[in-house]
Design a protein around this ligand. Sequence first.
Ligand code: PGA
Length: 241
Amino acid sequence: MRIIKVKNYDEMSLNAARIICGHIALKPNCVLGLATGSTPIGTYANLVKWYKEGGVDFSETRTVNLDEYFGISPDNENSYSYFMYNHLLNHVNIKAENINIPNGMSHDTETECERYDRVLDQLGSIDLQLLGIGHNGHVGFNEPSDIFVKKTHAIELSKSTIKANSRLFNHIDEVPTRAFTMGMQSIMKSKEILLIASGQDKADIMYEALCGPITPQVPASALQLHQNVIVIGDEAALSKF
Ligand code: PGA
């Protein structure tokens, strides 16, 4: 595991975007695993800027997103699909058929989970998986649990996740209580993982996840077992390192 401590959010975003661009330059049809949340917004802004300047070409790139809320349509601005199009996908030359996001509107959860796992199988390994981390150590929406769930699954969101994500909704009651998420095995099968974190509020969980015991109660702790993880955190998020 390589841990890179940078000054602030902007430097984290710049370094993360550089790594993603490097992957696309070396392998134009690479499979990028994408994350949502506040943390990657700056990373995506850099990618959009460099695309507009001619510095990166997404025409062959394939993407697969980690997760999606249950029961929210892609045109709802709180959906992760909306987030991805708004922050990245609408602004670069990626082909629509190369974009993969779980369908939050599917009410047949089993069928949707199987469909998404087939998509992942067909894509082969993810070349680079971008990850944020929740305050409870979740990655994607793999919440603390007694076991690491391997495959795509529908999950009940924890109270702390609902509370954290309520900042983006008008009212906490509007936050979906369920979501689809890629499983830990799919994440861990990625050839490279890039974990980004910013802010003092992530300091405790970053230390616990990367230096504490490996346990499904802290899903991100599984990353300690991966051969090729790069962590980019700002001084605040990595203040315990
Ligand atoms: P955040 O979310 O980037 O908004 O902090 C990270 C996560 O919950 O995975």
